[in-house]
Design a protein around this ligand. Structure first.
Ligand code: NAD
Ligand code: UDP
Length: 314
């Protein structure tokens, strides 16, 4: 049998690089496209000697033509700090990027998986969030470029599916963490670990009572692969995440304890529209993909702390 040819957009990023590694291990040929906005060559440099791996600088707001069997469309900055840096570009990446990748999928007959997000639920009024929930998004707030961009990407996926029979898979990813997040990524897990290791203040936004549910990257990759290989016609959207919910203060305290840090918690203003609570309902993923997370938060944090200990400049 010939090898699967798989395209990963955003393949030099945090999740994309782990996915590339996994797919190569499974015997696929992997092509990554990345504009290196939040991705790094370093994340995939260990894969470059593999003849089944290629990475190209390319911005997905421009069309591309590649003969592939599967497309994972992951390109898009995921940290609020980065996606709010250039909101118009974030919208272009989500919307024009999805259009270009769907056009490619249609032309070459590839199956396409779109990385959507729990952010499409906005500041949810229903808890935990099931896929049927339509969400509570502020369309003109600072997070809108990301939230609405991803909502539109989902809409495009389903429109191409209905109109052109493109074989789509949509996953709604909840907060995912692990090695290879950027030191200056701005998301909570990497911020707190880097601050704790440096002995600097831990910046809790708001009163720290807001919640998130954190999934270790290896669990997420397993779910991606299962979704991509799921039965034809199962399009999703499907929630992927770890249902264990923690407050931001609990997370900070865990990290301080696990790193043995002397850092203290300081409280800063809560960013506008920061969701108060978030927890995935993963009933559908359990049923359709026989998947649920297996890595406990303590174990995932241990691995992530070990990574940052090795890599950050003190
Ligand atoms: P990341 O920022 O590490 O990776 C995104 C990658 O996309 C980077 O390599 C970046 O350089 C690249 N990129 C951005 N814009 C691009 C463009 N226009 N053209 C080509 N490449 C571009 O983030 P991540 O955490 O690895 O997220 C990957 C995907 O998963 C994103 O689509 C994100 O929205 C989604 N997601 C992630 C999380 C999470 O918690 N990590 C949660 C929900 C959704
Ligand atoms: N957060 C925080 N301190 C930080 C970074 C983030 O308290 O240094 C909070 C943030 O306000 C939010 C939660 O942690 O309530 C998760 O933030 P993150 O940016 O990681 O992801 P998202 O808000 O997109 O879920």
């Amino acid at each position: 049998m010939s090898k699967d040819r798989v395209l990963i957009t955003g393949g030099a990023g945090f999740i994309g690089s782990h996915l590339a590694e996994r797919l190569l291990r499974d015997g696929s040929e992997v092509i990554c496209l990345d504009n290196f906005f939040t991705g790094r060559r370093d994340n995939v440099s260990h894969l470059l000697k593999n003849p089944s791996f290629e990475i190209m600088r390319h911005d997905i707001i421009e069309p591309t033509l590649l003969e592939v069997d599967k497309i994972y469309n992951l390109a898009c900055p995921a940290s609020p700090v980065h996606y709010q840096h250039n909101p118009v570009k974030t919208i272009k990446t989500s919307v024009m990027g999805a259009l270009n990748m769907l056009g490619l999928a249609k032309r070459v007959g590839a199956r396409i998986l779109q990385a959507s997000t729990s952010e499409i639920y906005g500041d949810p009024k229903l808890h935990p969030q099931p896929e049927e929930y339509w969400g509570n998004v502020n369309p003109i707030g600072p997070r809108a470029c990301y939230d609405e961009g991803k909502r539109c990407a989902e809409t495009l996926m389903f429109a191409y599916h209905a109109q052109n029979n493109v074989d789509i898979k949509v996953v709604r990813i909840f907060n995912t963490y692990g090695p290879r997040m950027l030191e200056n990524d701005g998301r909570v897990v990497s911020n707190f670990i880097v601050q704790a290791l440096r002995g600097s203040d831990i910046t809790v936004y708001g009163d720290g009572s807001q919640t998130r549910s954190f999934c270790f990257v290896d669990d997420m990759i397993e779910a991606f692969v299962r979704m991509m290989d799921s039965e034809e016609g199962f399009t999703g959207p499907v929630n992927l995440g770890n249902p264990r919910e923690s407050t931001v203060t609990e997370l900070a305290e865990m990290i301080v304890e696990m790193t043995g840090s002397r850092s203290r918690l300081i409280y800063k203003e809560l960013p506008q529209d920061d969701p108060l609570q978030r927890q995935p309902d993963i009933t559908l993923a359990k049923e359709k993909l026989s998947w649920e997370p297996t890595v406990a938060l303590e174990d995932g944090l241990k691995k992530t702390i070990a990574y940052f200990k090795e890599t950050i400049a003190h």
